[in-house]
Design a protein around this ligand. Structure first.
Ligand SMILES: *Cc1c(COP(=O)(O)O)cnc(C)c1O
Length: 392
């Protein structure tokens, strides 16, 4: 028998700190109301911003693709794993983003890993916001490139780093478009200006901005009117787009390079036909989804103001990601548990995902939430917090 003592000890430690979580197993698919242990629960933590996971056009496209092509693609993209829908999806994404080209990966995570690990050489420097997503951090770790971290959205620190880095071959500034834990937006106009002054490339990860920010959900670059001035745009197909996958949008030469270098592209099987077909349908739906996106933002504003009126700290939120900052990890998880007792599911997020004293219950508002749903959530938050204050 293997000796798992060290793993066991670490798990015991998580339990002691109130950070141990059994996995939640749902009885129904992603929606605003879901079934958990036979009970209907108001769900306020999914990334299914626009309700596309259950959209009839996406479902029909997936079923048709399975009938025509089967359930698996049979290979990596560079052998027999590129079928017409993969190619069509990339053309559609490039047209949607207004870039020369787009390249699809199996997930947003592997997109960041694959792209960063391929384009960064030991002669380059990458300059990264301290709150960037784990997949960016891991992508950078895979390289021998020089690296600098700037304090969250601190443009003075970014400029100081750029000044020190003029001798490197390439300078790449990397930022999330929308930060996933706080729901704030990167100061992209200032970043682009600094990049132009100091001859750097700009890399934006729009995982939480895809389908959310900009015209038809084109992303942060479009939101700020910076089209043509951001060199590398990463998007996910897993969140608002409702399926799974990731992509990079940019110049044709970048795509051509990645086809030859990006390891998740070269060494992992391509998206299944059903996934590629439903992503393609999703982008087409997005192009006529102005109303859905407007509803999403109206809901976010309503819920954030409601939470603030109850005295909750919503941190830096300015998007449909609305954290309720509690602080202590154990207390944060208790608040999340008390909310579930009230019939509302919202995920507690604690150290090491966020700082030890910045535990939060992260609400993500969706376009499909009704005003009544949002009022139910606010009522539950008020009662749960009263109980939390009594229990301590
Ligand atoms: C969720 C997320 C990813 C990963 O996307 P997946 O498609 O779920 O793998 C990458 N970057 C950021 C900023 C994210 O929030």
């Amino acid at each position: 028998m293997a000796n798992w003592q060290s793993l066991y000890d670490e798990l015991e430690n998580l339990k002691k700190e109130g950070r141990y979580r059994p996995m939640t197993v749902w009885d129904s698919g992603s929606s605003t109301w879901m079934t958990l242990n036979g009970r209907r629960v108001l769900q306020m933590s999914s990334n299914n911003y626009l309700g596309l996971t259950g959209h009839p056009e996406l479902k029909e496209s997936a079923i048709a693709a399975i009938r025509e092509y089967g359930v698996g693609s049979g290979s990596v993209r560079t052998i027999t794993g590129t079928i017409r829908i993969h190619d069509e999806l990339e053309r559609e994404l490039a047209a949607f983003k207004g870039t020369e080209a787009a390249l699809v990966f199996q997930s947003g995570f592997t997109t960041n890993q694959g792209v960063l690990a391929s384009i960064l050489s030991p002669d380059d420097v990458v300059i990264s916001d301290e709150l960037n997503h784990a997949s960016i951090i891991d992508g950078i770790r895979l390289t021998k490139s020089h690296r600098k971290i700037y304090a969250h959205k601190d443009m003075d620190q970014l400029e100081a780093a750029l000044k020190q880095c003029s001798s490197y071959k390439k300078r790449i500034i990397v930022t999330d478009g929308v930060f996933s834990m706080d729901g704030d937006i990167a100061p992209l106009p200032a970043i682009v200006k600094l990049a132009e002054t100091y001859d750097a490339l700009v890399y934006v990860d729009d995982a939480h901005a895809s389908g959310v920010l900009g015209k038809n959900g084109k992303g942060t670059t479009d939101h700020f009117g910076l089209n043509g001035r951001v060199h590398i745009q990463i998007g996910t197909l897993s969140k608002a787009v409702g399926v799974v996958g990731g992509y990079v949008a940019g110049d044709r030469v970048l795509k051509d390079f990645l086809i030859h270098k990006a390891r998740p592209f070269l060494f992992s099987t391509s998206q299944t036909p059903a996934v590629a077909a439903s992503c393609l349908a999703a982008i087409r739906v997005l192009r006529r989804s102005e109303e859905r996106i407007a509803q999403l933002w109206a809901n976010a504003t309503y819920f954030r103001s409601g939470a603030q009126a109850l005295g909750f700290d919503t941190g830096a939120s300015e998007t449909p990601i609305i954290p309720i900052i509690i602080g202590d990890p154990a207390k944060t998880m208790r608040f999340s548990d008390l909310l579930l007792e009230e019939g509302v599911f919202a995920q507690g997020i604690v150290y090491p995902t966020v700082a030890m004293d910045k535990g939060r219950v992260r609400f993500i508002v969706a376009a499909e939430h009704t005003r009544e749903d949002l009022d139910i959530a606010l009522g539950a938050m008020r009662r749960a917090y009263q109980k939390l204050s009594i229990i301590g």
